[in-house]
Design a protein around this ligand. Structure first.
Ligand code: FUB
Length: 315
């Protein structure tokens, strides 16, 4: 028999943690994160597929926010596929940054007239929206890149603004691409480059810490999260290893890495909510640790998630 005091301790212990998956009433995928004014915002695509669906059903992005990584406020659906008049479906992976006092949201959608996926950019005065199409057309379309003949090789935007103010957009499936953005955040500033990294599948992500640039991505298929480090946003990249192991029940694992209130975190998705699967995914979070040499320690997935981390003054 389990002693009542042990049960109470277990409840107390899990009560001080985020608890994974983070949201249990809907399926949520492809996390993107932003820390703004001491609050962490988490953007996800809503997985609306029925249990027997043979494909993704994704129409909107949702945003949640938190002052402690444990208690999450539902901030609604600040944009959806219809935000982009030139798009027809597929609210796939996104990323967001703050620049010039505005919030710039880069998103994957299926283009209405140009076959294949495309990347749009939406803008808002608030991290919780509403967002409007900042360009009135796609920033990236499938016909702009020729490295593969698949229609979904221009997906999964990652936006990174360097300390010198230069913004970079990374994206791709099978082939990793990147380009400079102009100061207006809505135009490419020069050519599209490609970057070879080990077994690149999708979900590129760029962040910087203590002068080291980190390029992470979903490696192989089924996917694990791997990373490389470099001296600049353009590399050259040195492969460093796997951050998170492959999921069970779902082949994708799309991630985002962020610092919040003195700690580092990795958001990702899995299929651990009841009824979860390939097209019914759930966002989760773990603390991420850097070692003294700047390398990232392997992150196991947990049911508890990180301990609550209340940010002073956050409301
Ligand atoms: O959610 C649709 C696609 O699955 C995303 O764009 C990829 O990153 C993968 O998670």
């Amino acid at each position: 028999m389990i002693k009542p005091c042990l049960v109470a301790l277990a409840v107390l212990a899990s009560g001080a943690h985020a608890g994974n998956p983070l949201f249990r009433d809907i399926y949520t995928a492809d996390p993107a994160a932003l820390v703004d004014n001491g609050r962490v915002y988490l953007y996800v695509g809503k997985d609306d597929a029925a249990p027997d669906s043979p494909t993704y059903v994704m129409n909107e992005w949702r945003v949640y926010s938190s002052c402690d990584m444990k208690n999450w406020r539902d901030d609604g659906a600040p944009l959806n596929v219809k935000t982009f008049a030139w798009a027809k479906k597929d609210a796939w992976a996104s990323d967001i940054t703050k620049r010039h006092g505005k919030y710039w949201f880069y998103a994957t959608v299926a283009h209405n007239t140009i076959p294949g996926k495309a990347i749009g950019v939406a803008v808002s005065d608030s991290p919780t929206g509403p967002f409007r199409d900042a360009l009135g057309k796609a920033l990236i379309t499938n016909d702009m890149t020729k490295e593969t003949d698949i229609g979904w090789d221009d997906i999964d935007p990652a936006i990174f603004v360097d300390d010198d103010g230069q913004a970079w957009l990374y994206w791709g499936n099978r082939v990793l691409k990147y380009a400079k953005l102009k100061d207006n955040m809505t135009e490419l500033d020069g050519p599209i480059h490609t970057q070879g990294v080990d077994k690149f599948e999708e979900a590129a992500y760029l962040h910087k810490r203590k002068g080291i640039y980190y390029l992470s991505w979903s490696r192989e298929f089924p996917e694990e999260t791997a990373y490389a480090t470099g001296p600049a946003a353009t590399g050259p990249w040195t492969y460093r290893g796997v951050i998170m192991a492959k999921n069970e029940k779902v082949k994708t694992i799309h991630h985002a890495i962020v610092d919040f209130n003195g700690k580092s975190y990795i958001f990702y998705h899995n299929a651990k909510l009841p009824g979860g699967g390939e097209y019914r995914r759930s966002a989760a979070v773990e603390e991420l640790h850097y070692q003294d040499d700047g390398t990232i320690a392997f992150v196991p997935q947990t049911a508890d998630g990180p301990a609550a981390n209340p940010a002073p003054g956050c409301r």
